[in-house]
Design a protein around this ligand. Sequence first.
Ligand code: PLP
Length: 424
Amino acid sequence: MPGVGDASLNFVRVRLMSRLLNHEDELTNTEHFALNEIFGAHCYSPLEDLVIARTKGIWMWDIDGKKYMDGLSAYSAHNAGHCHPRIVKETRKICGKLDTTSGAFLHKELGPFKAELATFCGKDKIWMQNGGTEAFEFAVKVSRLWGYSEAKGVTENMAEVIVVRGNFHGRTLGATSASSEPAYKKGFGPFMPGFVWVDYDNIPALKNAITPYTVAIFFEPIQGEAGIKVPHDGYLKAIGDLCCEHNILMVADEIQVGLGRTGYNLACDYENVEPDLYIIGKALGGGPVPVSAVAGNDNILGLIEPGMHGSTFAGNPLSCRLARTYLEILQEENLADKAHVMGNYFMDRLHDISSPYVTSIRGRGLLIGVELNRPARPFCEELKKLGLLCKETHGNIIRLAPPLIIEPEEIDWAIKRLKKVLEK
Ligand code: PLP
């Protein structure tokens, strides 16, 4: 049995457990990392020697009180900044008063929130989920359901969903099946059938991949995990035109790029394109809780009947209230406009840096990728030492995605550190 007989490891475990139970407040960085190493399954490799204890606005503090700028926003989950006062206030109002009821009983937060989100997306209906990948799964299910309906008429079990190479839709088995990334798939097969891959930003390839069985094309308006890949102008519109021409659903995964991040309320607004289904998440929860949703019209979401799908926690009162509050903040604080202006400013200042390592700077709004000609991780570790927290993606790209409330002087602060590290 693994672990049994390893006396020194057991000793460390016992000692750490005793420290954890008796002196939790005094644990050091090393002890926190050791606890995570011993007791955790290691799906992530967090930056070294950094344990966050407090967050506020665009700032984070570690357990020793050192202050850092958040350059990642939990992969775009903190668009309004950490612990936004209204989010905190609404959390306090709901907690202790109205708890999860599940789908078995309707609660008073659900209807008003769905109405508000549907209006925001310009759609008839909403289905809520928790994490983003769950919403992706639901969108695949409902796309297939639509494909087998009279509106499309594909023979049952034959539906094909086109996905784009380099996509990231999450980590469930369905999303992993849709992935083209060998590192995400190795060891987890067999995979779910029914996906067809095409290259990103390649309309002729998409056209060629369409068959009578195609029910939907799923795409990210900007590919985040793939390295902040921005398609050519006209890409989204061309997908929309093909979908109309062939009676196929256009499904936009806006989980990372939606809700203000790219300088627009929804990333597809950049080309004035309205997909059939929006998948949104991350920032929707206002920061502290996972909330995701699929928005679509009656002809698609109206096909779902009781018993076909469900989730105990989806649409719980806290999620609804916080998501509704985030939508209000997004609009009242003009977060999308801010992301647009500050993103341009950040990008301009980045272009001023003369670095032997930088090969490309790209993005839209406050979702920016700085591609290097070498691994980005050591640069992120150096930036951390200087107080700026960001994370590498795809090995050689630094992703910069601070909360959308960042001010010009704070960008200057970040640029000073980036310059120091990138010009070295
Ligand atoms: N889709 C996109 C585009 C994402 O960026 C992510 C997460 O990074 C997901 C789906 C999965 O969301 P979650 O991690 O909340 O399940």
